[in-house]
Design a protein around this ligand. Structure first.
Ligand code: ASP
Length: 260
């Protein structure tokens, strides 16, 4: 950039195989086309994440990992710079949790959880999905996310099957505003990796706050990565009017595209 060029970044999670960046490339291509067609930023970022949820190589939607008891629960969240925020937590049997988070953003609520979030999705007409096809409970993350800028507004979205093999009941950073993601007038940020550390660091909000102080995305990224120990995996995507940056202290499939 810098400037007003539509920009999108998408990731396949801290720890995801770089070889899977064809999946994040494809998501960026579709997301950029949506931005160029003047699709509102929240819609564009959620449709981008839908592409990643449908890619079984990533731990979200169709590719969600099992918890230690063999069950699957998913979290998703989205936010734009007009302060629309919505999230779902511990939802199951839904193909694209990101669209339920999007529906919550349009409602009077900010976060719906568990069976009641599932019921809400069915009431809205979303189809159930058989999650018994899920095969892996390998430890690790490989969750998905994206940030977008349409030249005026910013948005961020995240979706995850959580940490494979985790204790039932565990919820990470994804549905917590300012932890996994944040968007405002200065930019958009989404995080991936060790959810407990991301939450304790208020990672997305504190990174966003640096953008508000005029710090360029690459410097904000380097600073935020420094908040984490080597044992804690962390990846970030950032976009602001001053540019964009993405990176992780692990391998991470991620992509970016800009264009008028
Ligand atoms: N942060 C997610 C969680 O803790 C996982 C990830 O991003 O890889 O649930």
């Amino acid at each position: 950039m810098p400037g007003k060029q539509p920009t999108i970044l998408a990731h396949g999670g801290a720890g995801s195989d770089n070889a899977h960046s064809d999946g994040t490339d494809r998501a960026c291509l579709i997301g950029l086309k949506l931005l160029q067609a003047r699709t509102p930023v929240l819609e564009a970022v959620c449709q981008t994440v839908e592409i990643l949820e449908d890619d079984p190589r990533f731990n979200a939607g169709t590719g969600s990992r099992k918890r230690s008891d063999g069950s699957v629960r998913m979290d998703a969240a989205c936010m734009d710079s007009r302060r629309h925020f919505g999230a779902v937590s511990a939802i199951q049997h839904i193909k694209n949790p990101i669209h339920i988070a999007r529906a919550v953003a349009d409602s009077e609520y900010r976060l719906l959880a568990g069976e009641d979030a599932h019921r809400y999705a069915l009431e809205l007409g979303f189809k159930e999905m058989d999650m018994t096809r899920v095969e892996s409970n390998a430890p690790g993350t490989d969750t998905v996310g994206a940030v977008v800028f349409d030249g005026e507004q910013f948005a961020a979205a995240l979706s995850t099957g959580g940490t494979g093999g985790s204790r039932p009941g565990r919820v990470g950073d994804v549905p917590l505003i300012g932890c996994g993601l944040y968007a405002g007038e200065h930019g958009a940020v989404c995080a991936t990796g060790h959810g407990e550390s991301i939450t304790l660091n208020l990672t997305a909000y504190r990174t966003y706050e640096m953008l508000g102080r005029g710090i360029v995305p690459q410097e904000a990224l380097d600073t935020a990565l420094g908040w984490f120990k080597d044992s804690q995996d962390i990846g970030l995507l950032i976009v602001s009017q001053k540019g964009h940056a993405g990176g992780s202290n692990r391998s991470m499939a991620w992509s970016t595209l800009s264009g008028d």
